[in-house]
Design a protein around this ligand. Structure first.
Ligand code: NAD
Length: 471
């Protein structure tokens, strides 16, 4: 472990204890102050928009500024707006009806902050995925420590600096570092641990959290399928498929990982997607709207996946393009029917490569999806609404969009999260508030309550209540 990592871990421990002390002093942050906290996030995001765009671009080499604007800055500002306008309602106690056998009395659920939250963020949307969980934590009245990814160091430093401008470290703090710091981070006794990243590391985080019985939210990845049904024109699907796949050069957890198309339509689908690529990017290598791959290692992994499929004789479609001087740009690539035992079909791709596989019947397509881990997202393209509904009914995924890619995650009022291997728990809107909230059930009895009659030695009153209860 480097000296810096050891320092960060020491700092983390001391931040956690000072946040915990501060939480003991103020266990119930008033709603007006929570709103002010949320406002600070929105303001610093607006005021530092140019810095955020520059830092993420520097970390990526090339990151589409437009995509940073909508997926990081705009996303966070609208999440803050939504939380601010709903937090008072979310935080109100929720009353519950009292059964006759317990009357008279009052039953209600207090929505209380869990305490100090730990947030571990990945590199692919380094601002959004650190700050959106923070908005949820602050709206719940929690304090939080964030660990951004080491692969986006400039963004991590920026997040640390701008949050320090607006918040005291006893409320919001950032520690930086890689896997060693991440490991130490997930071994701390947080009141909630919120992790976004790969399924592999998610499992390690869950095991570390289990040691301390720390509740954990896991926002993981996986292979999200897109199913094109018989009645859907591949030309119409091509635009949302290409947009979903090549946005951020495929480095998106809910990007369509692969497409299942009717056997007779796979070539038409592949050609239509390539046609869209040519419309989107005149020359992907020099186009500022086409993002580079985050690191040489990630670039090499994706290249070797394509080469493995090529060596197996698979049809591979790429647009013509220059190298543009940026070695980390990878051509938007469509792969027709790669072998199922190739890395492209065994691992989450997480890059700009779209395999298109044939199916003979919709039952086969559904079986293909259901034979694999539950995906984070599922896309179905169908003109017939019943056909789309049937695909949804017969599969399981974290979320889904019909005749679109990725859009379900931008509806702030819906839960965003995975299921099984793609994650557990959810956030966004009230679901995020609830993630960082302990729902405390309270029963308030009047000065004298009939339950006092039900005490040993159990007699007639007990028999009466017991009969009433079992009726
Ligand atoms: P990663 O798991 O490598 O890293 C994520 C974070 O975990 C980083 O901050 C990293 O430093 C930290 N970390 C690394 N080793 C650790 C350890 N042993 N213990 C604790 N923390 C550790 O993931 P990544 O490569 O940054 O992100 C890509 C993955 O994340 C993809 O699988 C993608 O699908 C997934 N993802 C999911 C969502 C979602 O919302 N479900 C969003 C974005 C990305």
């Amino acid at each position: 472990m480097s000296e810096n990592e050891a320092r960060q871990i020491e700092r983390l421990k001391s931040l956690l204890s000072s946040q915990r002390e501060a939480f003991q002093v103020e266990r119930h942050r008033p709603i007006d102050q929570r709103k002010a906290d949320i406002d600070k996030i929105a303001d610093l995001t607006k005021n530092h928009a140019a810095d955020i765009i520059a830092a993420i671009s520097a970390d990526y080499g090339v990151r589409s500024c437009a995509e940073t604007q909508i997926a990081e800055i705009g996303f966070v500002i609208s999440a803050a707006k939504h939380a601010k306008s709903h937090v008072a309602k979310w935080a109100k106690p929720k009353s519950a009806s009292v059964p006759m056998t317990l009357a008279p009395g009052k039953a209600y659920v207090r929505r209380e902050p869990k305490g100090v939250a730990g947030i571990v963020a990945p590199w692919n949307y380094p601002y959004q995925l650190a700050i959106a969980p923070l908005i949820a934590a602050l709206s719940a009245g929690c304090r939080a420590i964030i660990k951004p990814s080491e692969l986006t160091p400039q963004t991590a430093e920026l997040i640390k600096r701008i949050l320090a401008e607006a918040f005291d470290e006893t409320q919001v703090a950032v520690v930086t570092g890689g896997p060693k710091v991440g490991e130490a981070f997930s071994a701390q006794k947080f009141d909630h641990l919120f992790y976004t990243g790969s399924t592999h590391v998610g499992r390690l985080v869950a095991m570390a959290a289990a040691e301390n019985l720390v509740p954990v939210t896991l926002e993981l990845g996986g292979k999200s399928p897109a199913i094109l049904t018989e009645d859907y024109d591949p030309q119409d699907a091509a635009s949302p498929l290409a947009w979903g796949k090549f946005f951020n050069a495929g480095q998106t957890c809910i990007a369509p990982d692969y497409v299942l198309a009717p056997r007779g339509q796979i070539d038409a689908t592949a050609d239509a997607v390539l046609g869209k690529v040519r419309e989107f990017y005149a020359d992907f290598a020099t186009d500022a709207d086409y993002t580079a791959i985050i690191s040489d290692k990630h670039h090499a992994r994706l290249t070797s996946m394509i080469e493995e499929a090529r060596a197996a004789g698979t049809r591979i479609l790429q647009p013509e393009g220059s190298d543009g001087g940026n070695a980390r740009k990878l051509a938007p690539t469509v792969v027709v029917d790669p072998p199922l035992d190739s890395a492209l079909m065994k691992e989450e791709i997480f890059g700009p490569v779209l395999p298109i596989l044939p199916y003979d019947t919709i039952d086969d397509a559904i079986r293909f999806v259901n034979d694999r881990d539950h995906p984070l997202a599922l896309y179905v393209y169908a003109r017939d609404k019943d056909a789309a509904r049937s695909v949804l009914e017969r599969t399981i995924s974290g979320g889904a969009s019909v005749n679109a890619s990725m859009l379900h995650m931008s509806v702030e009022g819906m839960p965003f999260g995975g299921v099984g291997a793609s994650g557990q728990g959810a956030y966004h809107g009230e679901h995020g508030f609830l993630t960082f909230t302990h729902e405390r059930a309270v029963f308030e009895a009047p000065k004298w309550h009939p339950s006092r009659l039900i005490a040993p030695p159990y007699g007639k009153m007990f028999d009466f209540i017991s009969k009433l209860q079992s009726k």
